[in-house]
Design a protein around this ligand. Sequence first.
Ligand SMILES: [Zn+2]
Length: 509
Amino acid sequence: MSEGKQRLAIGRRVRGAVLFLTAVAVPAQLFARGSQAVVIHDIVYAGARAIDPETGLDAVRNIAVDGDRIVAVSAAPLKGRRTIDARGLVAAPGFIDIHSHATTREAAGYQAKDGVATRLELEIGTWPVSAWYQAKQGRELLNYGTSVGHTAVRYFIQKGEGAAGLAALRDPMEKFGAREADEPLSDAASSRLSALLEQGLGEGAIGIGSGTQYAPGISRREMLGVTAAAARSATCLFTHIRHGSLVEPDSAFEAVQESVANAAATGACVHVAHINSMAMRDAPFMAALIANARRRGIDITTETYPWGGSVDAVRSHFFDPGWERRWGVTVGDLQSRSTGKRLTQAAFDALRAGTGDDGVIMHMNSEATIAALLRDPSVIVASDGGRIEGANGHPRSAGTFARLLGHYVRETKTIDLSEALRRITLMPAQRLEAFVPAMTRKGRLQPGMDADIVLFDPRTVGTRATYGDAARYSDGFHYVMVNGVFVVDRGKLVDGVSPGRPVSSKLKS
Ligand SMILES: [Zn+2]
């Protein structure tokens, strides 16, 4: 039996059990009407175009929700205490963003308006893990989860593990570039690193996140050890790989090879974050390399975000000499954030030497590169979004999923709708479900599944966020439900609800 078939068989068994439990735990109300018993559900979406990537369903259906579960996806009419006329709308499983650095309620609102029901901080992760989950309990709009952060734990150990260690962690992403990042670990610190990573996994962390490039002191041996820790716990390593450059030595190519080699040597599940921004025009080739390794039994995958640009500062290390070759771009691929104009060499030199706003949009990937990644059926789509910052922000934080469905599905026809939905629902769920129990109930629009549901208008769905103004809600999402609770209702964000639940690994005791 192939791995895929085996997984499907297990999935069916699990789902059968879930269905049974749901029927017992959440009885819908029965009303006798004549000789027929009519079931009244909590919510019914009537007449939606229901798309479920796992079963291949793409048909007009009525969908019933009782409590926090989907209980029916049916061609027959259904009755609800609230019935929503969903004609003309697509109903799909709530999107699962496996690469989100967003932490604020404000950012969650933008993501909800972009169809996201579950956001996971996997690439970088956190420390301490239990405190992260506790702080969010009962307060989150969307389902949430994190990996244990390799780089964060490293800082914690290097700072002596006390109050200073914890203080250094308040925002681990801002600590990158600190002196400790360049230092290799001693043997004692390395074994402590393994112990703390395993502790974090025991507290429910979804695998290990490694911002490898941000801590150049991480040796190849250390990286192999961290990958082995992921293998021992049967979880995944999520990595921002060691290099992002087209030029050897220190190229993205070598970094992808390191990831493939470590996955092969340890048997670990490895996921390479945002291949588009690490390998630029080589990204489709790298994605194919990863897919080939996977076909040979190595458990490695990758993802992209559907944008060709990044937002950077001209005076940052990104633009140290040689940047054109490293990134495969020229000065004309840079666009001033303040004027909207493409840069000339003279304008670039002035920005680099000056003290004013040096923010630029670097158009490092062509539409053809992004389209090639989206056409590769092995590539997951995730946002890499974070804080919502108007002029300084990247539109991916607010508009990634609407861009996929509006620009790449409807406008350019790069990818068809059900395939696009598969990349942001079923695929991320399948990537995680072996060690994250909640993922067996997400990413599917089927009875027994969690009531994380999005309804959007395929004619209007689209991104309004831009590189110059990243704080704009997406268009087209009429209803977004998380665990049976509306977070977007009639196109409006709902105030005062916190239906998001923790998503954690089965290692949590
Ligand atoms: Zn990254």
